[in-house]
Ligand binder design. Sequence first.
Ligand code: NDP
Ligand code: GDR
Length: 383
Amino acid sequence: MATPAVAEKAARMVPGADSEQPRKRALITGITGQDGAYLAELLLGKGYEVHGIKRRSSQLNTQRIDRFYEEPQFRRRLVLHYGDLSDSTALVRIVQLVQPDEIYNLGAQSHVAVSFESPEYTADVDGIGALRLLDAIRICGLEKKTRFYQASTSELYGKVREVPQKITTPFYPRSPYAVAKLYAYWITVNYREAYGIFACNGVLFNHESPLRGETFVTRKITRGLAHIKVGLQQTLYLGNLDAKRDWGHARDYVEMQWLMLQQEEPRDYVIATGNQYSVKQFVELACELLEMGVRWEGEGVETKGVDTETGKVIVAVDPRYFRPTEVETLLGDPTDAEERLGWRSKTSFKDLVREMVEEDLVLARRDAHSVKGGFHSYSAPAR
Ligand code: NDP
Ligand code: GDR
């Protein structure tokens, strides 16, 4: 009979691969979020054993990853642990237990507007959380083994001082979220330099998908307009329609997160498409794909998007969605990632919006069907 060590080694072999090549183990914080779901799928597809940290909640919060349990070849290799980025004892316990080859720190209070309402919590989870994980690597003596990816953000550039933004562009964070992420960025650099940990920052510009949280502007738009299309909602209320972002697809961006940890040397990279659109332009394209026409009337807070066919107001501004300090414009320069890693954002803006609109239309039709059947009533999200 095999000894436990031999049995464990056998269980970690990648089938069909060189028999000396053991399965890699990854630990993902934020596995239940948008990026966590896409990254888990990518790594499971590559043969990894994937461990994820999820938070205890009063309702199910694993919807984005539940489908992996349906796939027999993935099911065995996906393990979830309860934990929280504010709880260092849990993090040390999990890192000690898993002994990961790679850690992807994607967990965060990731909503910029919410960070103005919960600044201390955001600092704790998004800033000190990264430190707790890096220290867990040290406490467990894994500095030479475990590679670390930090989910950094274009929000670091905030009030932009160079266009387009690259890794050398000076930071000017404009929210408690961005300030917390600034700490996480530099503590990642510091642990790389001080302790030789293979630690990298991916400075990712906005990336979206049908799995995007419903309160971020892109998903709020595709979901809201789909609901208007099927008659479940009258008007979509938004904040700053003139904000400009460099929007890519989350599926493309998680590939880059993985690639960064496969290099010989750790480095920080900007990940972006190099193209920029306004919130208004996002609305216009989503309308076009839903075969609805929109005409803008008024200015500033009085701006309204009118349905060209019905004359009804389908988009209006609600100042409650304005932020105390706004990031007006972001545009990334992905040249470094393209040249050094051969990575390129694959999905065009139009294809991204189309995918989101199509999926939200399916969900809206399903909701309309059940509302019509008297199975549930509809209410628009609060934020
Ligand atoms: P999501 O908001 O979709 O996911 C965030 C994840 O973090 C969820 O799994 C959430 O759990 C988890 N989480 C929240 N608080 C804690 C906590 N206290 N302890 C442990 N886990 C926690 O974000 P995205 O997937 O879009 O983003 C992933 C990361 O990348 C985040 O760090 C974000 O700040 C960063 N980022 C995102 C960009 C984007 O455009 N998407 C761009 C640049 C950076 P639960 O499901 O229970 O809420
Ligand atoms: P952002 O994304 O703040 O860039 O952070 P979000 O989609 O929330 O806002 C983008 C821009 O749209 C404007 N906006 C609105 N935003 C929201 N949420 N709701 C509205 O109704 C609305 N109307 C206009 C915002 O003011 C802003 O200018 C995202 C998050 O994923 C972060 O975690 C990540 O770090 C950055 O992207 C890069």
